[in-house]
Design a protein around this ligand. Sequence first.
Ligand SMILES: Cc1cc2nc3c(=O)[nH]c(=O)nc-3n(C[C@H](O)[C@H](O)[C@H](O)COP(=O)(O)O)c2cc1C
Length: 305
Amino acid sequence: MNLSIDFLGVTFPNPTVLASGILGVTGDSLKNVVRNGAGGVTSKSVWLERHEGHKNPTMMGTESFYINAVGLPDGGIEKAREELGKYLDWEDRAPLIGNIVAGSIADFKSVAEKMAEIGPDIIEVNISCPNVEHEFGKPFACVAADAAEVTKIVKNVSKNIPVIVKLSPNVEDIAAIAVACEKAGADGLVACNTFGPGIVIDIDTAEPVLANKVGGVSGPGIKPLAVKKVMDIASAVKIPVIGMGGVVTGRDVIEFMMAGASLVGIGVGVYYRGASVFEKITEEIEDWVSENGVKNLSEIIGKAL
Ligand SMILES: Cc1cc2nc3c(=O)[nH]c(=O)nc-3n(C[C@H](O)[C@H](O)[C@H](O)COP(=O)(O)O)c2cc1C
């Protein structure tokens, strides 16, 4: 069955995409995700220079949510050049979204220039991580003018590679930020990054579970909130959206698509259903599509708007 989606001129064989920060560290791990059925992969966020993450424990999960404060650890863009290069040389590869992050406008420009040299199919700009606030202050995604400035600078140096901007759900009016990015030249948008920050307390010690104390929340419990954010964005802009937040089943993917997402990211779904989550979800989408007589998956994009 053909589940392919054209997104900004790039063909994804199915709408499932590995979300940034989960398994997307090395060339080999990216290949493994594609072997497990992902329609596309996103690299973890890449900094200009090496960046230390937070101390352990950085993550914990329950059946309804995950909380993490990994703190975006990374070896820097030169290390990414090696690893993403290995993936890009692989003939069976699926589309690659290269995710970049920075703490200043100047660094966003430099890391975007270098990411464009590496040559992913799409560049994703992470302006929305809630657990590095103590290092960099409020994310750029929290102020429309800042989000627009980052978008503009990355677009200027990204050559012909489409640029998508990953938004924070932790704002009063996500549609206003989305419109600001669209006006600044974004080719597409991604929502959501994690919610929060939140905190989990170990009641045996009365201490926070994470070493960083607070972290970003993802997983099934955030799904209705994330779907609403995607709807708000898709109703306000003309550019396409990648939706994510708590996806674990094929029905979740369909729901995000009906809310206006063209592609759907899967992050902690990997912890709930294993690395083969992409294959399982794709089979569930196929079943739903044939039961409902859908001829082309793009028919359902925005159907609930
Ligand atoms: C452990 C972990 C690490 C993450 N690292 C990144 C990252 O490097 N860059 C980024 O843009 N988002 C990062 N995220 C956010 C995810 O890409 C995704 O937006 C979020 O987890 C919601 O989707 P989910 O509920 O399917 O996990 C991370 C999430 C988790 C759980």
